[in-house]
Design a protein around this ligand. Sequence first.
Ligand SMILES: [Zn+2]
Length: 155
Amino acid sequence: MQKPIACFIFGKNIGGYAHIDIKYTDGTQTDISWTACLAGKAKDPKNDLTQALREAIGWQIFEYKKSAEMICEICLGEIIDDKIHVDHEIPFKKLTTEFLKANEAPKEFADCLITHKTKFRPEDEIFQKAWEEFHQKNAILRISHPTCNLKRSRF
Ligand SMILES: [Zn+2]
């Protein structure tokens, strides 16, 4: 079970290497090395699945951003420029759980050579398309200022 992330803290360690601390909403903290991130070799298949599921609906988030009215859902202020946060009104985790009840998830994944993100393999296209349709039908997306969203997730 993954804990909700409150924020990422970017910094440098003693060796001068960039690293990131993840701060969770329960106050605990884990650090991850930047290079491990870039290599993108997640060993956790559950993690791979979540990432592939997110990658698959990336275009829907993109389309939503383009078409949405530029009003922050939290402060109702106008959103100027490209600083937009898109999130799910129904938690993403809930959507995936629901979908995976009826659809057996692939066990192997592909790596995007450009972004190094985990994707579904071409042979799992049917699964991916079904997921994209499910997400399009069920996800309720909303936009906010990134700063407003951060304030919200603290409570
Ligand atoms: Zn706002």
